[in-house]
Design a protein around this ligand. Structure first.
Ligand code: ADP
Ligand code: ADP
Ligand code: ZN
Length: 233
């Protein structure tokens, strides 16, 4: 069986990973897999695992690597069962540190899957803070909005499903600052790890949403069609 061909999105909190992933995944034949979304879904339960995740999540700290990898693998296995024709995952929020990147390489090797590209979304810190403090999300379908930059058609209501929009519990000034510091310290260095393998595509994320979408799609299309990068194409 041909292996899956995954794409990793890397960028700081607020760079637009979620926003772009929802727009580009389907046209590229990829499925958006966001570990943060998987955790938010998991935390709607009330069991020991959900409580453990919440204790890290609400402080803006990373959930332990073993728990995170388990949750990610469960989702990838579920996709194999439910969507046998999918090309690969568009990974958003994983990996976030060296140990996670190495674990990912190991599990992908075992599955006979590859990483086709790593898309790096760059945005200056002042812009990120402005974006995150105005972010609104739909707790029902996961859609993302912004009070000023991407408002819903009806104030406070999701365009997709009509549910009332909320602010994320970790979009507070303290948790935002902590997450951005963690990104700089542990996640940004992964770009070097992938750059050495020639996988990184740098994108200027400080432009209007549609423009960023067009740039990413034009950059990824040839990569996903290249059999030396992507065996499953
Ligand atoms: P990430 O997943 O990288 O944390 P999001 O996609 O959630 O980022 O975007 C963060 C916030 O910024 C959201 O409120 C979103 O609506 C807004 N946003 C995303 N991309 C842009 C952009 N290009 N210009 C202006 N605002 C944006
Ligand atoms: P952000 O990019 O703003 O941190 P996410 O929705 O991607 O938001 O993640 C929210 C929270 O979920 C993180 O602060 C962290 O607690 C947890 N999380 C998500 N992905 C990972 C990961 N790869 N490793 C550890 N924790 C994670
Ligand atoms: Zn919704």
């Amino acid at each position: 069986m041909a292996g899956r061909c995954h794409v990793i999105l890397i960028g700081p909190q607020g760079s637009g990973k979620g926003t772009q992933a929802t727009r580009i995944a389907a046209p590229l034949g990829l499925v958006h897999v966001a570990t943060g979304d998987l955790f938010r879904q998991l935390m709607t339960r009330d069991d020991p695992l959900a409580r453990e995740v919440r204790s890290y999540y609400d402080r803006g700290e990373l959930v332990p690597d073993d728990v995170t990898l388990r949750v990610l693998l469960e989702r990838l296995d579920e996709l194999e069962r439910e969507l046998p024709s999918y090309r690969g995952a568009l990974l958003d929020g994983y990996p976030r540190n060296r140990a996670q990147a190495e674990a990912l390489d190991r599990v992908l090797r075992d599955r006979n899957d590859t990483i086709a590209a790593v898309v790096h979304l760059a945005v200056p810190r002042a812009v990120l803070i402005e974006r995150l403090s105005g972010r609104l999300i739909c707790p029902q379908c996961g859609a993302t909005y912004h009070r000023t930059f991407a408002p819903p058609r009806v104030e406070g209501q999701c365009d997709q499903c009509g549910a009332p929009l909320v602010q994320r519990s970790d979009d507070t000034p303290e948790a935002i600052a902590r997450r951005l510091d963690t990104y700089e310290q542990h996640t940004a260095p992964l770009l070097e790890y992938y750059r050495e393998r020639g996988l990184v595509i740098d994108i200027d994320g400080n432009r209007p949403i549609d423009e960023v979408t067009r740039t990413i799609v034009s950059a990824l299309e040839p990569v996903l069609a290249d059999p030396s990068r992507c065996r499953s194409s």
